[in-house]
Design a protein around this ligand. Structure first.
Ligand SMILES: [Zn+2]
Ligand SMILES: [Zn+2]
Length: 340
């Protein structure tokens, strides 16, 4: 089968590799749509630096079941499914508590197991969900990472509720999904994003205001009359976005960090205690988050912003454009027929 592999030196190469076979509890999915996520760039950088082995990337996957293992009961050949990239072990302490995003012994498609930039991918039968027939596969693919991560940040950790004010810092693919999910919960949404095109996409996604980082504080004061945000979600992960996000929080506010930035930030205990605030880290997502993202998409409340589509062979060019900030929302690759 054809696949894209990140190779030594940081080369993005179209290769021929054997079609995978399923284990007894696995399914083989013919990949019909694969979302291109910013995390893929970090992975490519690691492969280039030699700190990560060459790998078939791709962790936002939608497709059709092609083959099933002998003990598979969750799907049959021909079913349209979304695939979650986390492949948890099902046995560790975290898995037993349904914290599969924190599994101690699992693999992750597109990171340490072959991913979705390929004609076929193997997944555990417990990591797929049926897709509603009304859902375009180009929108379904990003739900596994972008949609489920955004759901976890906004709803599970941010606990956004009706009439809350949600601040979204960074309107990339996940940030735009977070805008839509926040609006699905009848919140007000204030977006901070430097790129004008992405701000426009945020407004199209339902944001009440979208401003650049330089004007964020004064415009926010007018917008909120000093009450502060109930939820601030940082999709960028720098010291300046962390400081900006928490400075906008009101009493009882939740700050949710989604991007694993490495800059050190100063937090005094009084920052948390006074006003009863919470600082939370959103790591990956669970099947429950994924299921909710699919439900919101089925109901028309979540529609990932997809502005670029192409065949598998476009991967290198698409990744370059993503790095250059030229892609608003998501790009989606079609390893099978275009526009399945
Ligand atoms: Zn991702
Ligand atoms: Zn586990």
């Amino acid at each position: 089968m054809r696949a894209i592999r990140f190779e030594a030196g940081g080369v993005v190469k179209l290769v021929q590799v054997p079609k995978p076979e399923p284990g007894p509890e696995d399914v083989v999915v013919q990949v019909l749509a694969a979302g291109v996520c910013r995390t893929d760039l970090h992975l490519l950088d690691e492969v280039k630096a030699g700190t990560h082995a060459p790998i078939i990337p791709g962790h936002e996957i939608a497709g059709r079941i092609a083959t099933i293992g002998a003990d598979v009961y969750t799907a049959k050949v021909g079913d349209l499914v979304g695939v979650h990239f986390e492949q948890p072990c099902g046995r560790c302490r975290q898995c037993r508590r349904q914290r599969t995003n924190l599994c101690e012994d699992g693999t992750t498609l597109g990171f340490d197991a072959p991913g979705g930039y390929a004609e076929f991918v193997v997944a555990k039968q417990t990591t797929i969900l049926p897709l509603p027939p009304n859902l375009d596969l180009a929108f379904a693919a990003p739900l596994g990472c972008s949609g489920a991560t955004a759901y976890r940040a906004v709803v599970v950790l941010g606990q956004a509720e009706e009439e809350d004010l949600v601040v979204i810092i960074g309107a990339g693919g996940v940030g735009l999904s977070a805008v839509q999910i926040s609006k699905a919960y009848n919140t007000r949404v204030f977006v901070i994003e430097p790129r004008e095109e992405a701000r426009k996409a945020a407004l199209d996604s339902g944001a009440d205001r979208a401003v650049g980082p330089g004007e964020a504080r004064p415009v926010f004061r007018d917008f909120e009359a000093d009450a502060g945000a109930d939820v601030a979600i940082d999709f960028v992960g720098t010291k300046s976005t962390f400081d900006l996000g928490r400075s906008l929080l009101g009493p009882g506010g939740r700050f949710v960090a989604v991007a694993p930035g490495r800059e050190t930030v100063d937090v005094a205990a009084s920052d948390l205690v006074n006003g009863g605030k919470a600082y939370l880290g959103a790591y990956s997502s669970t099947m429950a988050d994924f299921a909710r993202a699919i439900s919101l998409a089925e109901a028309g409340r979540l529609r990932p912003v997809v502005t670029r589509k192409g065949p598998l062979a476009d991967a290198a060019e698409v990744l370059n454009d993503l790095r250059a900030g030229k892609i608003v929302g998501r790009a989606v690759l079609f390893p099978g027929p275009m526009d399945p």
